[in-house]
Structures are given as structure tokens and as C-alpha cells.
Design a binder for this molecule. Structure first.
Ligand code: MG
Length: 385
């Protein structure tokens, strides 16, 4: 069933009534969440701080290299509970610590007496300014974490999802010289997470060398992300046929996002699914830009403005018979654990963002035998270290 905003709110309301309101009534306190422990009106309090992420290795894709990622951590406090959120902002998406901070300063959550009015709250947040998807996601994630904590349940349970249906996640091998790629691949397959799939970045003119180098180390299935690096559709198609022979599962964002006709042609003839990443951000894009052009979508919370819209994206994509993967930016365990709550609904996971950084302030979702493994902690399932 499609989780419309209203149905979702209703569902959380039912969970709240069962899990938390009854015990409070038994203690002689009034039902509801807008009355705090001292009997006054509780208010949501939003706080945030810049938290630049330090990368384990220099990260190289088709268009740039970098050693750190701008990030802002958010918190929403309500009646003794704290929800955590995050805005991760790789520079190519146009947000920064300055833009996120300016946006978050405009957000007034105190006007909402009930944090379960998620539809009202997130519609308001989205209306404050256009753009700012990561800043908006940082509120969405913190709010969902807070709601799960208020009813003491992980989100995947409130959404009725089977935690055994989570996907395997890849680990990303960036573009580099063969000796570096070989060393990184050897390191990846020895990781304690026992990965079952790797993702290889392509699109800088050494594609076959990259794949041959990875293949000299491992036979694991491979996902490929070209980050818009191929400009010629016929060469792209030849390459995809070659990649299929090499055990590649799908090809992400093979061509520039504005070469729409070329991309539709490529998808029509491609022997592997083509996945849109840079080509789409928000829900309406799926019908406006992606339908008939790609085989599927890569949903990231930092593009979708968070979990609320991401759920709708999955519903729309499935109705259009599209493949769905979830990805992440370079993120802490906060963002990755949030999207992991939805991951039982998707085909493929690209959720290694927290494994790429040195200064993760949280623990949460784990990769066990290559598979995304959810915790039983409430909300998005994380703990502060
Ligand atoms: Mg991508």
C-alpha cells in the first residue's frame, strides 16, 4: 500500500497510542505528547552544529577529488527525548555549511505542539525556501528519530518492514592508478564486514583498466557508477556489453544528466539496468525526467529531503516498474542508519558512507556478512559514541 502522508501519520498515531500513551495514562498523566513531564506544554527544540567529515582516503570520481565533506549535525529535543539528524553536503550539489546553517536558523519547530504532525511539519519546512535538500533532510531524519524514540520502536517496525529483507551493500572503489586500485580492492575484500559486492567508479577514460585491475583481485559482483562520465551513447553501449561479461550488475548515471535522448536510447538497448543518480532529486522528477529514460533510481536522503519523501519515491518507482536502490553521500552512521530503515523495500544498497570517514560520532546500522543489518534501537537505530 502506498504510504501517503496522511496514512503514515495515522499509522504512527496508532503505534503511539499502543506503545506510549497507555503507560502514561496508567501513571495518571494525560494522554498525548504535548504535555511535558512537569505538566507544561512541551516544545520541539532544534539545535545544530557544523561537523566536517574527515575521509579515510582521498575520494576520486569522474569530476573531482576531495579529502573532507561538509556536514551539519542536527538535534530535535522534545519532552526528554532527542532525535538526531544530519546534512551531508558534497560540494557538487551546491549546499554548504553556510547555506545549511542559514536555512536551519529560519526553522521554527516550536510553533508545532505535536511532533507526530509530521505532514504539517515537513510541509512547512519544505516551504521555507526552495532547494536545500540536505538541510531539509537533517530535520526529517531528526524528526523521524524523535518519533521512534517517543514510541520506543525502530522505524522499520512502525513501517511494517521485515528486517531480513535488507539488501547487501557495496563498498566503493574510487578511480586511481592500477597499483592503488589493487591495494584498495584487496583492503576492501579483507574488511570485517565481509562484503559481497563492490562498486567501481568509472568515467575518466581508464574504465577497462579499472575493471581489469579489480578483477585481478576478486570475482565479487560489481556495481558501476560512471558519474556522467560517458558522452557517446554508442561507445557507452559497447562498454556496457563488455561490463556485463565482467560480472557487472548495473550501471549508474552513465551519461550526462542533460543528454536525455541519448540516455533513453542507451537504456532501451542496454543489457544491464541503468540507474539515475545525478539526473534526479525530488519526487516529481521520477515522472518528469526518469520514466522511460532510466531503468531505475538511486534514492539518497540528501537529495530527497529525507525519509518522508523517499518512501513516496519508492512507491512511485515501483508503480512505474522501476528498479530502486538506496545510496548515501559520505555520511555518519546517522544518515546511513536512517536510510537503512527503508532498505527492506529496495533492490540494491550503496550504503558505505560511514565506512569512508574517520570521525563517525555515532554507531548504528552494521554491515554483517555484506548485508545491511538493522539494530533494535528505537527511531533510526543509532547511539552516540
Ligand atoms: Mg552515484
Amino acid at each position: 500500500m502506498a504510504l501517503s502522508r496522511r496514512n503514515f501519520t495515522k499509522m504512527l498515531g496508532v503505534a503511539a497510542a499502543g506503545a506510549v500513551v497507555a503507560p502514561r495514562m496508567a501513571m495518571g498523566k494525560p494522554a498525548g505528547f504535548n504535555i511535558n513531564k512537569k505538566g507544561g506544554k512541551a516544545k520541539m527544540k532544534l539545535t545544530f552544529k557544523p561537523y566536517p567529515l574527515e575521509m579515510q582516503h582521498t575520494f576520486t570520481v569522474a569530476e573531482y577529488s576531495r579529502n573532507s565533506t561538509p556536514d551539519v549535525l542536527t538535534q530535535i529535543e522534545f519532552d526528554g527525548a532527542v532525535g538526531y539528524g544530519e546534512a551531508s553536503m558534497p560540494p557538487y550539489l551546491g549546499e554548504s555549511i553556510a547555506t545549511a546553517t542559514a536555512f536551519l536558523k529560519k526553522v521554527n519547530l516550536e510553533q508545532f505542539p505535536d511532533p507526530f504532525r509530521i505532514d504539517d511539519i515537513l510541509t512547512y519546512v519544505d516551504s521555507i525556501a526552495v532547494g536545500n535538500p540536505a538541510a531539509k533532510a537533517s530535520i526529517d531524519i531528526a524528526l523521524h528519530d524523535l518519533l521512534g524514540k517517543l514510541v520506543n520502536q525502530p522505524l522499520y517496525k512502525l513501517w511494517g518492514l521485515n528486517p531480513n529483507n535488507t539488501p547487501y551493500t557495496d563498498f566503493t572503489i574510487g578511480i586511481d592508478k592500477p597499483e592503488v586500485v589493487r591495494a584498495k580492492t584487496e583492503e576492501a575484500i579483507k574488511m570485517k564486514q565481509h562484503l559481497k559486492v563492490l562498486k567501481v567508479k568509472l568515467g575518466r577514460g581508464n574504465d577497462q583498466e579499472m575493471i581489469d585491475t579489480v578483477r585481478s583481485v576478486t570475482n565479487l559482483p560489481l556495481y558501476v557508477d560512471v558519474n556522467q562520465g560517458w558522452k557517446d551513447k554508442s561507445k557507452a553501449l559497447d562498454m556496457i556489453y563488455w561490463l556485463k561479461e565482467k560480472g557487472v550488475v548495473f550501471v549508474e548515471q552513465p551519461m550526462p544528466k542533460d543528454q536525455i535522448d541519448d540516455m533513453a536510447w542507451l537504456t532501451e538497448y542496454s543489457p544491464l539496468p541503468t540507474m539515475a543518480d545525478e539526473a534526479f532529486q525530488r519526487l516529481p522528477d521520477i515522472v518528469d525526467k526518469i520514466k522511460g529514460v532510466y531503468s531505475g533510481i538511486n534514492i539518497k536522503l540528501m537529495k530527497s529531503t529525507g525519509l518522508y519523501e523517499a518512501q513516496k519515491m519508492i512507491t512511485v518507482a515501483r508503480a512505474l516498474d522501476m528498479k530502486v536502490m538506496v545510496g548515501c553521500m559520505t555520511e555518519t552512521s546517522c544518515g546511513v542508519s536512517a536510510v537503512a530503515q527503508l532498505s527492506p523495500l529496495v533492490d540494491w544498497g550503496d550504503m558505505d558512507g560511514n565506512l569512508l570517514i574517520k570521525n563517525d560520532p555515532f554507531t548504528g546500522m552494521k554491515v554483517v556478512d555484506g548485508k545491511v543489518t538493522l539494530t533494535d534501537l528505537p527511531g533510526i537505530g543509532i547511539k552516540k559514541i
